[in-house]
Write a protein that binds this ligand. Structure first.
Ligand code: NAP
Length: 270
């Protein structure tokens, strides 16, 4: 049997972290060799399987990313921007594939990720599901076909714990719509309206965020003109779709040159 690829999961106690650990456990190609959590997290020192309420997996949750990532061939990372920046440096040093699902990153953060990608394969996507990446491709096509008589609005809904808005996926969809129209999202994004906002600016791309309950992730792209509306829509009901995408990205990255990639590359949609 071929050697299994050694994978570390960061934010192992998180919603996505646990989902990824479960899938790696079932994989015939990947082996979990490390699970990372924050300094002083209550799971540190416990077996990850036991901490998750199941049986032992033989991997103890650690708070020491330097030691754990040094032994990794891949790092799957759904955490926070500041943690992801730290992990990207360590993954670069270890020449490990770094799969980044973390959202809410600033321009400055993205520059740091770019620097790390000179040394390692980095796959970063605000959404790792097949359906959403197809939605991105469709959004670009529809935006290219319709002129600015069609107002573009992106509406997203997520669970009540989500800390950033608009979602990384909503921003991906905004970029795709802007690309299709041949404009820069930064120039025309309208992020959040309140009070006497005045009439809608022609050609702008609007964002609206809904937060509540346990909604995994819903995204609509509305193209609205006088007399007709078209909506492209995706609804995620299970976090496994993101974790499956992350595992697919790891396997795809094995024979790639260092650099920055996204799920459109992994899925052959670029
Ligand atoms: P979550 O449940 O809050 O999990 C994040 C985990 O990361 C927490 O366990 C947190 O620990 C841990 N963490 C934070 N800083 C860390 C550090 N320095 N070292 C190690 N672990 C650290 O959030 P989630 O729902 O899993 O989402 C995580 C991220 O993925 C978010 O940015 C979310 O938007 C994104 N996401 C992306 C996709 C995609 O397809 N790209 C899909 C779903 C979610 P504490 O609990 O101690 O803070």
């Amino acid at each position: 049997m071929a050697d299994l690829l050694k994978v570390v999961v960061t934010g192992a106690s998180g919603r996505m972290g646990q989902t990824v650990v479960n899938l790696i456990n079932k994989s015939e190609k990947l082996e979990l060799v490390g699970a990372l959590e924050c300094l002083n997290h209550e799971w540190v020192g416990q077996d990850i399987g036991v901490a998750m309420g199941g049986s032992e997996l033989g991997v103890v949750v650690s708070e020491d990313p330097i030691e754990v990532i040094a032994n990794a061939e891949a790092v799957i990372d759904f955490t926070t921007p500041s943690a992801t920046i730290e992990f990207s440096k360590l993954a670069a040093q270890a020449r490990a594939i770094h799969i980044i699902g973390t959202t809410g990153m600033s321009e400055e953060d993205l520059e740091k990720i770019k620097a790390a990608s000179f040394h390692s394969v980095v796959v970063r996507a605000g959404n790792m599901s097949l359906g959403v990446n197809l939605l991105v491709a469709l959004t670009k096509k529809v935006a290219a076909a319709l002129d600015d008589e069609f107002d573009i609005e992106i509406i997203e809904a997520h669970h009540k714990h989500k800390v950033d808005a608009p979602s990384g996926t909503a921003l991906m969809l905004g970029e795709a719509a802007a690309d299709g129209r041949g404009i820069r999202l930064a120039d025309l994004a309208d992020r959040g309206r309140d009070g006497i906002t005045g009439a809608r600016n022609k050609g702008s791309i609007g964002f609206a965020s809904i937060r509540g309950g346990d909604i995994v992730g819903k995204h609509d792209v509305l193209f609205a003109s006088n007399g007709e509306q078209l909506t492209l829509s995706h609804n995620a009901t299970d976090r496994n779709i993101f974790a499956r995408g992350a595992l697919k990205a790891v396997l795809w990255g094995i024979d790639k040159q260092p650099g920055q990639y996204d799920m459109m590359d992994v899925l052959g949609l670029n």
